[in-house]
Design a protein. Structure first.
Length: 346
């Protein structure tokens, strides 16, 4: 009896903590990937071709996982296939392709800060589509609003305010008012809007087709086909060649295909199904924090007070938003249990 109770406790703890662990690791891997991609692009590798190769790997991986792990899945209809095509268009073609190519024009630091807008946009869209409820007078509602505000303020602070020098010299924001900088900025805006709508759409689709692996595999397949067609039209055949010297290209390709655009799609769809789109995108501010830490300690970039203050703001905002969402989730679960048990009580 004691062993069974202990096993149940560990199972419950893992059930509660797994979304936090997986989504945090997802942002860490994305921060590493963005820095590696920025380095590859400086060597002349074409971003469009890289996106296609990356998603071929992710499609193969997700398809194999879906085949072996989801033997029982709902019947496939034209409606579900259409949804998968749309999700691939939003997340792969309009988001991943544009955000990856944007790294050829702006720095990964600037892009990671811009992605911090995703939680706020998803939160507003979730309110608009009725997937999220906001009661500002309650402490939960205030925690979510102030959490978003602190996270956005911290991300902007890291980039725009240097402050006194702490260790050495701070890295630049990476955005300049040149034509290339403007092109990169437009790509980021479109990519952010696309992934925001993707999060809202996934929350709806997983309710009618709850096989997340199969859904993400189809989404990745359609996105790969779409990006391949665009790339074939946009670049010369010689640009499809990658440089394999040193092993960085292969390592980046595997990290992107297996983790960032493979398992990451499944983790996000799974998390959206369990906790909703607002909770899932609430981890985006960690991308700024991880990018800052990697730039500072791994790459030897320099640190100003503004970066430290901004990182603290991001952590505070992250905690407030997740605390508010956790309270909402706990309240929903208690209400569900009350509804189930109410006939017995009566």
């Amino acid at each position: 009896m004691r062993e069974a109770r202990l096993s149940y406790s560990w199972l419950w703890l893992w059930e509660e903590c797994s979304p936090y662990i997986f989504l945090s690791l997802n942002e860490l891997c994305l921060a590493i990937f963005m820095i590696m991609m920025e380095s590859l692009f400086s060597d002349g590798i074409n971003g469009l071709a890289f996106v296609v190769y990356e998603h071929v790997i992710s499609t193969v991986l997700l398809s194999l996982l879906a085949f072996f792990l989801e033997r029982r899945r709902p019947p496939l209809t034209f409606k579900i296939v259409s949804y998968a095509f749309l999700l691939g268009l939003l997340q792969v073609t309009l988001c991943q392709m544009l955000l990856t190519v944007a790294l050829q024009f702006i720095s990964s630091t600037y892009e990671s800060v811009a992605l911090n807008l995703v939680p706020s946009i998803v939160f507003l869209l979730a309110l608009l589509f009725g997937q999220e409820k906001l009661s500002f007078p309650t402490i939960n509602g205030q925690a979510k609003v102030w959490g978003l505000a602190f996270s956005a303020a911290g991300a902007v602070t890291i980039v725009l305010w240097k402050g006194p020098l702490i260790f050495k010299e701070a890295f630049s924001a990476g955005f300049h008012g040149t034509s290339n900088g403007i092109i990169g900025g437009i790509m980021i805006v479109v990519g952010i809007l696309a992934t925001s709508f993707w999060n809202i759409a996934v929350a709806h689709v997983v309710k009618i087709y709850p096989s997340e692996l199969s859904l993400t595999a189809m989404m990745s397949f359609f996105g790969t086909v779409q990006t391949a067609v665009i790339t074939a039209i946009a670049i010369a055949s010689s640009s499809w060649k990658l440089k394999w010297e040193g092993g960085l290209t292969m390592l980046t390709l595997l990290l992107g295909g297996v983790v960032v655009t493979g398992l990451s799609y499944y983790v996000m769809a799974w998390s959206i199904k369990k906790r909703g789109p607002v909770f899932t995108t609430a981890f985006k501010p960690l991308l700024v924090l991880f990018s800052f830490l990697l730039q500072t300690f791994a790459l030897g970039s320099f640190v100003h007070l503004g970066s430290v203050v901004g990182a603290v703001f991001v952590v505070i905002g992250q905690y407030l938003l997740l605390w508010g969402k956790a309270k909402d989730f706990e309240k929903t679960r208690l209400n569900a249990n009350g509804t189930i048990n109410s006939p017995l009580i009566q």
